[in-house]
Design a protein around this ligand. Sequence first.
Ligand SMILES: C[S@@+](CC[C@H](N)C(=O)[O-])C[C@H]1O[C@@H](n2cnc3c(N)ncnc32)[C@H](O)[C@@H]1O
Length: 256
Amino acid sequence: MTTWDPSQYLKFADHRLRPALDLLARIPAAEPGAVFDLGCGAGNVTKLLAERWPKARVTGLDSSMAMLEKARAAAAPRIAFVHAELARWTAPVPASVVYSNAALHWLESHETLFPRLMGQLAPGGALAVQMPRNHRAPSHTLMVEAAEAGPWRAKLAPVRGIRAVHDPDAYYRMLAPLASRIDIWECEYLQVLEGENPVVEWTKGTGLRPYLDALDDAAKKGFLAAYAERIAKAYPPQPDGRTLFPFRRIFIVAEG
Ligand SMILES: C[S@@+](CC[C@H](N)C(=O)[O-])C[C@H]1O[C@@H](n2cnc3c(N)ncnc32)[C@H](O)[C@@H]1O
């Protein structure tokens, strides 16, 4: 089980929020009943779902106690935050909206997961999902390279990090037979980051976590240095000192 550090994840809150809002803007539901936020994390997006639909019953679900604790402390009391394993989750009542921002890429078997999530919808409900699809970028391929490049290799061999998210047409084939309307798009955000070697700080909050969790302090330091050296070359600073981190994401809105 990956450990999550809400403060590390929230370091880039603005960049991480943008796709959540872009997804939210495309959900047609006018007056939903039950809204579920799968992999709600620290609850900052769940709060926005509750603001958009003030009459809805909004529930955030996550498997990280640290994230849920942060969410409960920060969000409105009318939002329920519930501990759940998404691989097995079913909605307690038919859902008007099943929303998930930057979480389902941690789960495998999307071929069964996505149709099962569609099955949780009330008639006319919507499944709305955003996932990073940056696994072919140096930020992610260099994790695997660094994992194989030192004495930590054996410890990291069994690590299974972020799953490779499928191409958009694969999600179309999974969902089109179950949907009355389907909208899938991709977007590459040219993220402008501040600070020294900031891409490492970014992945330390997400994709790097399973690798770091598997190592003791000394090996962690060595692995992180091997990764950081490669990342610094792949993402050199611009003349103004900032670093460009192009980041590809897939968006899916399927109506039942
Ligand atoms: C990158 S965070 C995204 C948080 C939030 N959706 C946001 O946009 O700020 C991913 C979240 O998914 C949760 N998660 C990952 N795999 C999960 C699983 N199998 N079951 C439940 N939650 C999971 C993690 O605990 C983490 O809080």
